[in-house]
Design a protein around this ligand. Structure first.
Ligand code: NDP
Length: 293
């Protein structure tokens, strides 16, 4: 069994980006984070994204707003960042307060600065297989992990558990692309899927993104499967300092011995996600430079 090591791969990606930037002339790439409210998870995520940006040499800015900000005011703020040529990427940290419509907010980010890839424009371009599309960072991280481990996908059966707009759907689209690094036969499962285990057992590659701790058990996986665990779930653990620990959607200890390869949680897709955000920011910067010359 091979461990799909997100820590090692993400460091590799970040060093490549850093190296690329070392020779760059002019102002560096710049990503601006927008955070509304003080949700502790959001504070943590934005913080760690900013640290990674600094490590690579990407400038990051943070705009914080109180929960009381209206959607109209937030859209205005995004509008001025869209118009600011020193900003190459904009990331609105989810979740947004309940009085806002996330779709409207995500769609207000200029497509060429939408480094999260959540807008209608970029999702549409992903469907069209446009190489300039910004692909959402988690699915992009999954695909990059598979590619860098030289795992063959062509003609193989990829089963995706979960159909969310930020993980399941774009992941399915990525693996079905007409591309030698994709070309898979993809099945997408969700909460209404019948006989789920029968489907997961047919997977050559199983991607679990449902948000249920240890949901995928050994009986759901055939020997030799490649398993990518996207889940980030908190479970109580009185023996740990924090009182909880993070586990994935896959019962790792039981499933790993049956797999050809498996990604751990933590240390897997989560780290790839942040690395792909830096990759997308770099891409936005490169595309803006191309446009200006
Ligand atoms: P969502 O809650 O948006 O989507 C979950 C999906 O799983 C839905 O499609 C849902 O089906 C499906 N589902 C839920 N329960 C079952 C079940 N019992 N059987 C089959 N399908 C089920 O979650 P996200 O996609 O946002 O996230 C999924 C997981 O990935 C979470 O643990 C999240 O924390 C993690 N995550 C990790 C990231 C990373 O960087 N590693 C980034 C983003 C998310 P239905 O559509 O029918 O409701």
């Amino acid at each position: 069994m091979e461990l799909l090591d997100g820590k090692k791969l993400s460091q590799e990606i970040l060093s490549e980006l850093k190296e690329k930037l070392a020779d760059a002339k002019g102002p560096p790439p710049c990503v601006t984070f927008i955070r509304v409210g003080e949700d502790p998870a959001s504070v943590y995520y934005v913080n760690s994204k900013q640290k990674k940006a600094a490590l690579v040499g990407i400038e990051s800015r943070l705009k914080t707003f109180p929960e009381s900000i209206t959607q109209e005011q937030l859209l205005e703020e995004i509008g001025s960042l869209n118009a600011d040529s020193s900003v190459h990427g904009i990331l609105v940290q989810a979740p947004l307060p309940s009085h806002m419509d996330e779709r409207t907010v995500f769609n207000s980010v200029a497509p060429e600065k939408d480094v999260d890839g959540f807008s209608t424009n970029n999702l549409g371009r992903l469907v069209q297989e446009d190489p300039e599309a910004f692909v959402a960072c988690t699915p992009a991280g999954i695909a990059e992990m598979i590619r860098r481990y030289k795992i063959k996908t062509e003609g193989r059966h990829v089963v995706v558990l979960g159909r969310s707009l930020i993980v399941g759907k774009p992941a399915a689209l990525l693996f079905m692309r007409k591309d030698p690094f994709a070309n898979a036969t993809v099945t997408v499962c969700h909460s209404r899927t019948r006989n789920l285990s029968n489907i997961t057992r047919q997977a050559d590659i199983l991607i679990a993104a449902i948000g249920q701790a240890n949901f995928v058990t050994a009986d759901m996986v055939s020997p030799g499967t490649i398993v990518v665990d996207v889940g980030i779930n908190r479970v109580d653990d009185p023996s740990s300092k924090k009182g909880y620990r993070i586990v994935g959607d896959v019962d790792f200890d039981a499933v790993a011995p049956k797999c050809d390869a498996i990604s751990p949680v933590p240390g897997g897709v989560g780290l790839m996600t942040v690395a792909m955000l830096m990759h997308n920011t770099m891409k936005a910067w490169e595309l803006s430079q191309k446009k200006n010359h």
